[in-house]
Design a protein around this ligand. Structure first.
Ligand SMILES: [Zn+2]
Length: 433
């Protein structure tokens, strides 16, 4: 009996070894995909694009909803980029306990912690602006306003216009295959909600609904689903040319792919949109601080205009700028990519600091595939914090230090750009209304 128990314990240890190994396998897959994260964006740019929606993963929806701020960030060359799409923690993260002034969690009447949205400096800015509106006009119809009230209203309207720039916007995300780039595997198509019902979703849904009723089949089925043909057109708005969807059609019932193995890999891939549309950060600047910088117009950026002098710029934060351009590596730091011998356990690790390290080239990727991305020349070379024009950066997470080339004095100062950048080519987005 005892012997049997012993055996099953051994087996459970073995089983956990297998599952650990599997986990590590999938982690390294994720890391790899991060390096090439741009390839995970589906951004229709060509006149004709073909996209195949994949069946949703268990517990997920066909069309997921997520929230991003669409703001202005600082970019290379001292310019500003409008339409940077930035992850909103308040709308996308789980709620957090509400704390009182002493830092203790507040409890509701049932004694459970009160939960509030995770803090988001950009949502906060939106609220700050809204609070500046004169509330005396509430409930007063425009036609009944006197001259004074009309003036107040005009002021309120202006404030509202500013406030709305900071509001988190709803986006839809669809998981699927870009039939023009099958080698990239599963991609995510992200498009903005449109309050005039003229957005991508409004074009897509009737097509999908029609497919389901005509074919009595799931549009996303690997066996009986359909490829979607997307026809793009140039659309002008406010003096800018945008790529816009002119039409979407269902091509008709087809296999997801001729090769059953390819099909299986695609359907079973467990990548989710959160692996792709991540919170932005910069070296030594975690996502929350990055959002604060965006709100203040001081978002850091990767300066790669001069090929011989690529570096990070942190407006108003020379300390962080210096740090970002001087790589250090601690063997006991908790770098995601830093692995240690399995027998090391919790033993004290010698600490080593190395400066002037040239991180291995990580590969640049663009963050916001669906950016409006007009560029505007910045007022000044070193953007001072401008409260109203929140500059935004598509930032990039710290360049992975893994496999760092460690050299000494002779090292060039080039720090490779992290996973970020601008989508090359034209800017695509839904029309900005
Ligand atoms: Zn937010």
């Amino acid at each position: 009996m005892e012997n049997q128990t012993q055996t099953s314990e051994d087996l459970s240890q073995l089983k956990s070894m297998f599952s650990d190994y599997q986990k590590k396998q999938s982690q390294s897959t994720k890391r790899k995909s991060r390096e090439n994260i741009l390839a995970k964006y589906f951004v229709p740019r060509n006149r004709n694009e073909t996209f195949r929606i994949l069946p949703p993963k268990p517990g997920k929806k066909y069309i997921e909803e997520a929230f991003f701020h669409v703001v202005t960030t600082n970019v290379a060359g001292g310019k500003k980029k409008h339409g940077s799409v930035i992850y909103c923690p308040a709308h996308n993260d789980p709620k957090v306990p509400k704390l009182d002034s002493t830092g203790q969690p507040l409890l509701d009447t049932n004694g459970a912690p009160m939960l509030v949205p995770a803090p988001c400096p950009l949502c906060a800015r939106n609220k700050e602006w809204l609070a500046k509106q004169d509330p005396s006009l509430k409930g007063v119809k425009k036609e009944n306003m006197n001259e004074f009230q009309l003036k107040v209203k005009a002021k309120n309207d202006e404030i509202y216009k500013e406030a709305i720039k900071w509001e988190a916007k709803k986006f839809y995300i669809v998981r699927g295959i870009d039939k023009g780039q099958e080698k990239d595997g599963v991609k995510f198509w992200r498009f903005k909600h449109n309050y005039k019902n003229q957005g991508t979703l409004d074009k897509l849904l009737p097509i999908l609904e029609n497919y389901v009723s005509t074919h009595q089949a799931d549009f996303s089925s690997a066996e009986t689903g359909t490829d979607l043909n997307i026809i793009m057109t140039d659309s002008e708005f406010n003096g800018h040319v945008y790529k816009a969807i002119s039409a979407i059609t269902a091509k008709g019932k087809s296999l997801l792919h001729q090769d059953a193995d390819v099909m299986r890999v695609w359907v079973e891939d467990d990548i989710i949109w959160r692996d792709v549309f991540k919170p932005k950060q910069a070296p030594n600047m975690p996502p929350y601080d990055f959002l604060v910088a965006v709100a203040n117009g001081t978002s850091p950026y990767w300066e790669d205009t001069d090929q011989t002098n690529k570096h990070w710029v942190f407006p108003g934060r020379p300390d962080l700028e210096e740090k970002a351009n001087t790589r250090t590596m601690n063997l006991d730091s908790d770098e995601d990519d830093f692995e240690q011998a399995s027998d090391l356990m919790d033993e004290e690790v010698p600490r080593v600091t190395i400066s002037n390290i040239t991180p291995e080239k990580v590969g640049e990727f663009t963050d916001d595939a669906s950016d409006i991305g007009k560029e505007v020349t910045a007022e000044a070379t070193a953007p001072a914090p401008v409260v109203d024009t929140a500059p935004v950066v598509d930032t990039a997470p710290v360049a992975p230090v893994a496999e760092t080339v460690i050299e000494t004095e002779t090292v060039s100062t080039t720090t490779e750009a992290p996973e970020d950048g601008e989508p090359e080519g034209e800017n695509y987005d839904d029309l900005p209304f």
